[in-house]
Design a binder for this molecule. Structure first.
Ligand code: ATP
Ligand code: MN
Length: 270
């Protein structure tokens, strides 16, 4: 059934107008249903972007496109697959989150909740002045956000760069600040690693916040510790040996420093 949805001339023309790259147009056609096309169309109509230029990443859960708006500004558009294979994982993360307590457990509802969750998490982090792509809108299974790059080029993942010793020291501080700041904003990233950090002009930008959860979530402590451990391991591998304890202490020190700076903010334990 799904395959012939796009045989309709009208759908195809809309698609052709919105997706510039021919091969990506075919991928889109294969992977997404016509409802997703409508969603893309609706977001474009609202002016959040004009065209999808091409796909920059094809993951298990989502496709990420580079887009631009009518003024020529770049955007990133993350489109979650409704037929995601990682549906079990999503269920686990949504279940303990009081913000999504009433979400039904079917696949479609979960993917929509997941999209909304990533959007909200990005917004929380943006408002806390943390380096993440600023989200500009979402609808159904699609999020539009700030494009992280320089000029036409998308920023590389930390994993794909070779930082100098100096840079590693600086990155370690940036990470400690990010983890601490996010915690004080009420969230744990929960999938922090060199794969989900982009390097833009010497600054680390954290992406992929769908699984980020509230500090009050029953598993938050485990995920927090895992994030800290992942980063300590990364710095060690990259040539700046860092133990879990050291990384943890840096985050804690940043947290205390931030709490002092903002004496009126709520006291969080941890
Ligand atoms: P994966 O399964 O590969 O982790 P994902 O579906 O979880 O992917 P993300 O990690 O959010 O999706 O994004 C996938 C890739 O798309 C990133 O590694 C990055 O290269 C690119 N990307 C995502 N968001 C942006 C953005 N705002 N600006 C530029 N590039 C981005
Ligand atoms: Mn990712």
């Amino acid at each position: 059934m799904k395959d012939d949805l796009f045989n309709e001339d009208l759908d195809y023309k809309i698609l052709a107008r919105r997706i510039e790259d021919k091969r990506d147009r075919r991928t889109f056609q294969k992977v997404f249903d016509s409802k997703t096309l409508d969603t893309v169309q609706a977001l474009a109509q609202k002016g959040l972007f004009d065209v999808l230029e091409h796909i920059i990443s094809t993951g298990k859960e989502a496709h990420v496109f580079i887009a631009r708006d009518s003024a020529g500004n770049k955007r990133a558009v993350k489109i979650f697959k409704k037929e995601t294979s990682n549906f079990k994982r999503m269920d686990g993360y949504i279940r303990g989150d009081i913000r999504f307590r009433d979400v039904p457990r079917d696949r479609r509802s979960l993917v929509l909740a997941w999209t909304r969750k990533e959007y909200k998490n990005l917004l929380v982090a943006t408002r806390a002045n943390l380096r993440v792509p600023m989200p500009t809108g979402f609808r159904e299974n699609v999020i539009v956000m700030e494009f992280i790059g320089t000029g036409e080029e998308a920023s590389p993942r930390l994993k794909d760069t070779r930082p100098t010793g100096e840079e590693l020291l600086d990155y370690r501080e940036q990470i400690a600040r990010f983890v601490a700041g996010l915690y004080l904003a009420g969230l744990v990233h929960a999938d922090l690693s060199e794969y989900n950090l982009l390097v833009q002009n010497g600054k680390l930008v954290a992406i992929d916040m769908g699984q980020a959860l509230l500090v009050k979530h029953p598993n938050a402590k485990d995920f927090f510790e895992r994030d800290v451990r992942n980063m300590a391991n990364y710095f060690t591998k990259a040539g700046r040996p860092t133990t879990y304890e050291e990384m943890h202490a840096m985050v804690k020190a940043e947290k205390e420093r931030m709490e002092k700076q903002k004496p009126k903010s709520r006291k969080e334990k941890g």
